[in-house]
Design a protein around this ligand. Structure first.
Ligand code: NAP
Length: 287
């Protein structure tokens, strides 16, 4: 029931039309009997500052930020948490009594999704992509104790930039193009796709095929629409362990939920609601 005590959480981004975060968070609020509501607002770059200050003035509990505002939102916040500063992007904001604090819960999402499969840290990890999701994935891998990370990206210079960032933190890194990345994958224990390759409607595409995936590897595809991407099928064919990006979506959401409500998130409820909403016909991936 919505009343004058209802707390507001929301997503701001552009576009937000097919986000499943409202279904996922509202199911969680309902399961715990919390008087909160989660909405999605399509906000263009020109309105970002007004929207952020408006949410602060209205006393919203917090909000998620998605493409294209994950970096630009930082200048309108009062504080940025270490996780977000390391990645250089914010995807979750908490309104702590009028102080807006930014976090990056994608790092936690990737870490938890990988932890399910108990990754071996003796071999390197391969991250395909060099954007925001790749940065969050790298931060999670460093956090899990990986000593060597290979970054394969279409634009080599962007991969090199991430390699320098990793080396600055005292770990080893190799930057390469996509083709070389496929060769190097053969000695990796973890492979993460942090590009939109394979995302609906391009579902026949994959960044890497079964021949290049080692048998015991863990393959995490950050793409979650479709739930079972061609990459995850290739991983299965290779005898590797496939993990869907839905796990990252659910765990990043679970952490945001905890930050806003102070309560442990009902992860199973959130996963079921997100999957149901996706099956009902989401056709893009904004959150
Ligand atoms: P981004 O910052 O725009 O970066 C996109 C990356 O993908 C860049 O490295 C880009 O390469 C590469 N790329 C794009 N199209 C490509 C293509 N056709 N072929 C080869 N490489 C291509 O985006 P992002 O925020 O990192 O997101 C990446 C993906 O992760 C998206 O699909 C997003 O939906 C997904 N994601 C999922 C979750 C989750 O919860 N599961 C969380 C965050 C992101 P260049 O550098 O050459 O342009």
């Amino acid at each position: 029931m919505i009343d004058s005590d209802t707390r507001l959480c929301c997503l701001i981004g552009h576009p937000v039309g097919h986000s499943v975060s409202p279904q996922m968070h509202n199911a969680a609020f309902k399961a715990l009997g919390l008087n909160y509501i989660y909405l999605a607002f399509d906000v263009g770059a020109e309105d970002l500052e007004t929207a952020v200050l408006g949410l602060k003035a209205l006393g919203a509990a917090g909000f998620n930020v998605t493409i294209p505002h994950k970096i630009s939102v930082m200048r309108f916040l009062d504080e940025v948490d270490e996780s977000a500063r390391a990645v250089g992007a914010v995807n979750t904001v908490v309104n702590a009594g009028g102080v807006l604090r930014g976090f990056n819960t994608d790092v936690y999402g990737v870490r938890e999704a990988l932890k399910i499969a108990k990754p071996s840290r003796s071999e390197p990890a391969l991250v395909i992509g060099a954007g925001g999701a790749a940065r969050a994935s790298i931060a999670a891998l460093l956090n899990l104790g990986f000593q060597e990370i290979i970054i394969a990206n279409r634009t080599l210079e962007r991969a090199r930039e991430l390699a320098r960032w990793i080396e600055d933190m005292g770990r080893s890194a190799i930057a390469c193009g996509l083709e070389e990345g496929r060769m190097r994958a053969r000695r990796c224990s973890v492979i993460i796709n942090a590009t939109p390759i394979g995302m609906h409607p391009n579902i026949s595409e994959t960044p890497i095929e079964s021949d290049d995936i080692p048998g015991g590897a863990i393959v995490l595809d950050l793409v979650y629409n479709p739930l079972k991407t061609r990459l995850l099928e290739e991983a299965e064919r290779a005898g590797a362990k496939p993990i869907s990006g839905i796990e990252v979506l659910v765990y990043q959401g679970a952490y945001a939920f905890r930050l806003w409500t102070g309560r442990e998130a009902p992860v199973e409820v959130m996963r079921a609601a997100a999957i149901k909403a996706l099956k009902r016909g989401g056709s893009n991936e904004s959150r």
